[in-house]
Design a binder for this molecule. Structure first.
Ligand code: PBG
Length: 329
């Protein structure tokens, strides 16, 4: 009781504060998302994501070396697929010499120890911009699972360490795990986007990959029939527990900041690592405010990643990965 307990005693100096600090941010906490495009010598800035770039396979090498040298040990690969290779079934996604497969090999050749995670989803390959196959006015669940399992296998065959399904079909983890086991890929990890919300914060990402859903007569131009309703909390726990039962090694909550209650709920009940994806819109918001001088970029960035970790994240996929690591090193 006051004045016997004066809480400010432990806040008097930075040394004292660091002595009692509960959450520490380290380079190994981060997964760096990387956007890959066709071409040579490409390093193009994404309009709605200042200071974030798309790389061609050759420029990717230097980026990966830099990340590894900084202590960032995981990358998450996304590809921008040219329109003429898009269809409804994602045929190009299974091409053993496709851009993703080549990117996996490029990263592994450049830096064999870095953990290669890959986005497994139909949308960058879909002419409709959906994460599932469109059939009879719906996003067809089970046929999509058959496709996703093959896509995961193709990434594993190219050398991916962890495949990362981001689609929110029911049962896709089981389908993928089963096929990986059958094909002898016992050590390929699955990081499941298990509580992925139908969020407006994905806008800049869809610009980066040109993957936004298109107008269709009988299908809504959003992902609300498969991604989760932002109003729901209990459902996130259910989704996550099901994915773990189906064979997920790591589960994910996405987006980050608006969903930290979900992160904590899940932390209380699961025994696997939790990834949080601080998404493109979260990045864009801070960059825009900082550009105008309205927020202190570095201070707000650190507070955000700290809060994500404090909420219960084991790891954070973030476009701020390099910015943060530069600041703390
Ligand atoms: C696609 C996918 C999305 C993101 C990661 N994988 C977009 C979407 O679901 O429409 C979003 C990432 C971000 O906004 O940074 N399956």
């Amino acid at each position: 009781m006051y004045p016997l307990r004066r809480n400010r005693r432990l806040r008097t100096t930075e040394a004292m504060r660091s002595l009692v600090r509960e959450t520490i941010i380290a380079p190994k906490d981060f997964i760096a998302p990387l956007f890959i495009v066709e071409g040579k010598g490409v390093k193009e800035e994404i309009a709605s994501m200042p200071n974030y770039y798309r790389f061609s396979l050759d420029t990717l090498k230097a980026e990966v070396k830099e990340l590894w040298a900084m202590g960032i040990k995981s990358v998450l690969l996304f590809v921008k697929v040219p329109d003429h290779l898009k269809d409804n079934e994602g045929k190009e996604a299974l091409n053993p010499d496709g851009l993703m497969q080549l990117a996996i090999k490029t990263v592994k050749d450049t830096c064999p120890e870095i953990i290669v995670m890959t986005d497994v989803a139909l949308d960058p390959y879909s002419k409709y911009g959906h994460d599932g196959i469109v059939a009879q006015g719906q996003i067809a669940n089970d046929p999509t699972n058959v496709f996703l399992a093959k896509m995961g296998l193709s990434h594993a065959q190219a050398g991916a360490d962890i495949v990362t399904p981001s689609d929110m079909m029911d049962g896709r983890i089981l389908a993928m795990r089963t096929l990986l086991e059958e094909e002898g890929f016992y050590n390929t990890g699955i990081m499941s986007y298990s509580a992925k919300y139908a969020s407006a914060f994905y806008g800049p990402f869809r610009d980066a990959l040109d993957s936004a859903p298109v107008d269709l007569k009988n299908i809504p131009k959003d992902k609300k029939t498969y991604q989760m309703d932002p109003a729901n909390r209990n459902e996130a726990v259910k989704e996550t527990l099901m994915d773990i039962d189906e064979g997920a090694d790591i589960v994910m909550v996405k987006p980050g900041l608006c969903y930290l209650d979900i992160v904590r709920d899940i932390r209380e009940v699961v025994d696997v690592p939790i990834a949080v994806y601080q998404v493109s819109g979260e990045y864009a918001m801070l960059k825009a405010a900082a550009e105008r001088g309205w927020l202190d970029h570095d201070a707000v960035m650190m507070e955000q990643v700290l809060s994500i970790k404090r909420a219960g994240a084991t790891m954070i996929a973030s476009y701020f990965a390099k910015d943060v690591v530069k600041l703390i090193s």
